[in-house]
Design a protein around this ligand. Structure first.
Ligand SMILES: [Zn+2]
Length: 322
C-alpha cells in the first residue's frame, strides 16, 4: 500500500507506504553507491540514482478505497531521487573537490527543471540528511530530491508570510532579514560576493544556519556561473566548519527553499538554504521532542549569537577573516 492521506485537522498530506519498513538498516558492507556494487558505474563523479524505496513515484498504485465523508486519500504521485556526491565512500560534503561541487549544483539545476516540468509536480524539494542521528542508513555522501504533487505546508506558510510582507511593505522578507542580520553582524558566520551564511536571530537549533543570496533569486536555475561557484564554496565551507566544531562528522539536515513549480509566480519569495544541525554538544543530540513536534515550538538551548561566534571563529581559523 502506498498512498497520500489527508489530515483534515492540519490540512496537510501524509505520505504512507508500508514497503519502506523493509529498507535494510545497515548495508555498510555492501554499499550500493560504491563502484563495484553493480548498481552504479565503475567510475563517476556526481550521479543521479533512482531511489530503491521511493515513497512517491511517477506510476503509483491506486489508493485503497476509503468509505468516509471525512477521510480522503490520493495517489502518491511524484518522484524520489538520490543524488550521489562522489564515488568516494568516506568523503564528507565539506571535502568534496570544487569540480564535484560545481557538477552537483548543475545536477540540482537539471533535476529542478526536469522534475519541475512534470505536469503534476508542484514543488521540487532538494535536501540532504547526514548522519545516523538523522536515520541515514547509508553513509556514502549523498542527498535526495522529492518531487511533491503539492506545496508542502511549511513552504505554503513561508510563501504566505512573504506575500503578506511584500504587499504591506513592498519589500522582500528574506532580503530584509538578511539586511537586518548584516546590520547587526553578530550572527554572521561567512560571506562572499553573492551569499551570506548566518545563524538566524530566531534559530531553533544550536548552530543552525541560513545561506541567502544578496539579490533576489527565486530558484537555483537563476544563478550565473560565478554565483554557482560561490554557492558551492559557501556550502563546503559551512560543512567543514561544522566538522571542526566537535572534530567529528557533524550530523545535519539540509534543505533548499525555492519557488514552487506549479506554474504560478512567486516574486516575493527568495531562494535560501537551511542547515538544521543535530548536536548540542559533542555527545548530546538535539532532539525534536514534544514541544517541537506537537506544537512547532522549539526550545533552543543555546544563544544564537554565541553559536554564531563559535562558528565564525572556526571559519576564520580555517579560511581567514574573509
Ligand atoms: Zn559507498
Amino acid at each position: 500500500m502506498q498512498e497520500l492521506r489527508w489530515n483534515p485537522v492540519l490540512k496537510w498530506w501524509v505520505m504512507v507506504s508500508d514497503g519502506r519498513e523493509k529498507r535494510p538498516l545497515t548495508p555498510e558492507k555492501n554499499c550500493p553507491f560504491c563502484p563495484g556494487s553493480g548498481k552504479v558505474p565503475d567510475s563517476y563523479d556526481v550521479l543521479p540514482y533512482a531511489n530503491d524505496f521511493p515513497i512517491l513515484s511517477p506510476n503509483p498504485p491506486a489508493p485503497v478505497p476509503v468509505d468516509s465523508t471525512l477521510y480522503r486519500n490520493a495517489k502518491s504521485f511524484g518522484k524520489c531521487e538520490v543524488i550521489l556526491y562522489s564515488q568516494e565512500h568516506a568523503l564528507s560534503f565539506g571535502d568534496l573537490p570544487q569540480g564535484n561541487v560545481d557538477k552537483l549544483i548543475d545536477l540540482w539545476i537539471e533535476k529542478y527543471r526536469e522534475l519541475g516540468a512534470m505536469d503534476r509536480i508542484r514543488y521540487v524539494f532538494i535536501f540532504e540528511n547526514r548522519g545516523k542521528e538523522v536515520g541515514v542508513t547509508i553513509t556514502h555522501p549523498h542527498g535526495q530530491i522529492y518531487g511533491f504533487p503539492f506545496i508542502p505546508k511549511k513552504i505554503e506558510l513561508e510563501l504566505a508570510s512573504c506575500k503578506e510582507y511584500f504587499e504591506r511593505e513592498k519589500k522582500n522578507l528574506y532580503l530584509e532579514i538578511l539586511h537586518e542580520e548584516l546590520n547587526d553582524g553578530r550572527r554572521i558566520v561567512d560571506e562572499n560576493g553573492p551569499f551570506v551564511t548566518f545563524v538566524p536571530y530566531f534559530a531553533e537549533y544550536p548552530y543552525q544556519v541560513h545561506i541567502i543570496p544578496r539579490v533576489l533569486r527565486l530558484s537555483i536555475d537563476e544563478f550565473g556561473d560565478e554565483e554557482k561557484r560561490q554557492l558551492g564554496r559557501s556550502l563546503t565551507r559551512i560543512v567543514t566548519v561544522y566538522n571542526h566544531v566537535f572534530n567529528r562528522e557533524f550530523p545535519y539536515m539540509m534543505s533548499l527553499g525555492q519557488k514552487p513549480t506549479d506554474g504560478d509566480d512567486y516574486p516575493y519569495y527568495q531562494f535560501h538554504i537551511e542547515f538544521f544541525p543535530l548536536l548540542r554538544n559533542e555527545k548530546t543530540q538535539k532532539f525534536n521532542a514534544s514541544s517541537e513536534t506537537a506544537t512547532w515550538t522549539h526550545g533552543n538551548p543555546s544563544s544564537p549569537e554565541q553559536k554564531a561566534a563559535e562558528l565564525r571563529t572556526i571559519k576564520e581559523k580555517l579560511y581567514g577573516v574573509r
